[in-house]
Design a protein around this ligand. Structure first.
Ligand code: IPM
Ligand code: MG
Length: 358
């Protein structure tokens, strides 16, 4: 099959890691008889430099026409103090314009990297595999924001409707059904009305999913439980802001943020499946940009998620994953996951090693 992928390399190490993602997809294409065509578009700081806007309309239109989007990273100190524009607006814009309401963030600790987790071995064990499903186009990120006339009061509004909650919960229930069958709905229902609505909707859906063990947890408790006993979790589903916070916390359990992939999905069909946006969860790390130092594995695993979720190419996705595992087994590491006795390699070599294992 032929796939048309828009790459939004963005800023900092974005281009370094996207280059390796493309290399991996090319190798998958060669091995499995697919062809991936890439089209680069601007977003973030590079787009501000080139056009004055963080998210040019042309980029949105190209993404809407594509089969899938591979994003590197956006942002950097160069664009931190501009009046009225920020590179991060590109991310929010892409999420909402592409209708990507469900953000899947797996926190996985590979056995080979168990020593990189800051948790004691008796807590983390050898492996960790949990999935955070974060609502991505609603809640306080997209509610009404405002400032009083005198500038001394401000507000941001958390708002959710039943259909918005239902569609992201459905992604959570489906994911749990394919995994270990446990779903944790995280909220602040002791305080927030939106959270009480989340619980109501979740309880009604749980009644229709007797196969899933569904439980409810307040977000503060969840933050604590993630450190106390992360293995109790399978799938966590939560609102936009709680998901933002908990997914950073969970990423740390997995050792290096340089390993973690993500998928943002909606219900818009592309010509080859479901339109999605795939990106490493790390940022643009401008201090190491263009020096062959970044870990490309998060982006490569994001490409595996693209194969799995947008294109339903399960064997291809598995092949990428096992290639990553074999390279780790052989002892190759980028600087962020290096430990004594392993062999340090750069961004490009890591990409080449993984491609060679496919
Ligand atoms: C994330 C990031 C973004 C968010 C920022 C950069 C807008 O933290 O993807 O988690 O808050 O969603
Ligand atoms: Mg975040």
């Amino acid at each position: 099959m032929d796939f048309h992928i828009v790459t939004v390399s963005g800023d900092g190490i974005g281009p370094d890691v996207v280059e390796q993602g493309k290399r991996i997809l090319d190798k998958v294409g060669e091995k499995f008889g697919h062809s991936f065509q890439f089209e680069e578009q601007l977003a973030g700081g590079v787009a501000i430099d080139a056009t004055g806007e963080p998210l040019p309309e042309q980029t949105v239109e190209a993404c809407l026409k594509s089969d899938s989007v591979l994003l590197g990273a956006v942002g950097g100190p160069k664009w931190d103090n501009l009046p009225n524009v920020r590179p991060e607006q590109a991310l929010l814009g892409l999420r909402s314009r592409l209708g990507l309401f469900a953000n899947l963030r797996p926190a996985e600790l590979f056995a080979q990297l168990a020593a990189a987790s800051p948790l004691k071995p008796e807590i983390i064990g050898h492996e960790l595999d949990l999935l955070i499903v974060r609502e991505l186009t609603g809640g306080i990120y997209f509610g009404e924001h405002g400032r009083s006339a005198d500038g001394h009061a401000a507000w941001d509004t958390e708002a959710y409707s039943t259909p918005e909650i239902e569609r992201v919960l459905r992604v959570g229930f489906d994911a749990a059904a394919k995994r270990r069958g446990k779903l944790t709905v995280v909220d602040k229902a002791n305080i927030l009305e939106t959270s009480r609505l989340w619980r109501e909707v979740a309880r009604a859906m749980a009644a229709e999913h007797p196969d899933i063990q569904c439980e409810y947890l307040y977000v503060d408790n969840c933050a604590m439980q993630l450190i106390r006993d992360p293995k109790q979790f399978d799938v966590i589903v939560t609102s936009n802001m709680f998901g933002d916070i908990l997914s950073d916390e969970a990423s740390m359990l997995a050792g290096s943020i340089g390993m973690l992939a993500s998928a943002s999905l909606g219900d818009r069909a592309s010509s080859k499946g479901i339109l999605g946006m795939y990106e490493p969860i790390h940022g643009s790390a401008p201090d190491i940009a263009d020096q062959d130092l970044a870990n490309p594995i998060a982006t490569i695993l994001s490409c595996a998620m693209m194969l799995r979720y947008s294109f339903d190419l399960q064997a291809e996705a598995d092949a990428v994953r096992s290639a990553v595992e074999r390279v780790l087994d052989k002892g190759y590491r980028t600087g962020d996951i290096y430990s004594e006795g392993t062999q340090k390699v750069g961004t490009k070599e890591m990409g080449a090693l993984i491609a060679a294992e496919i």
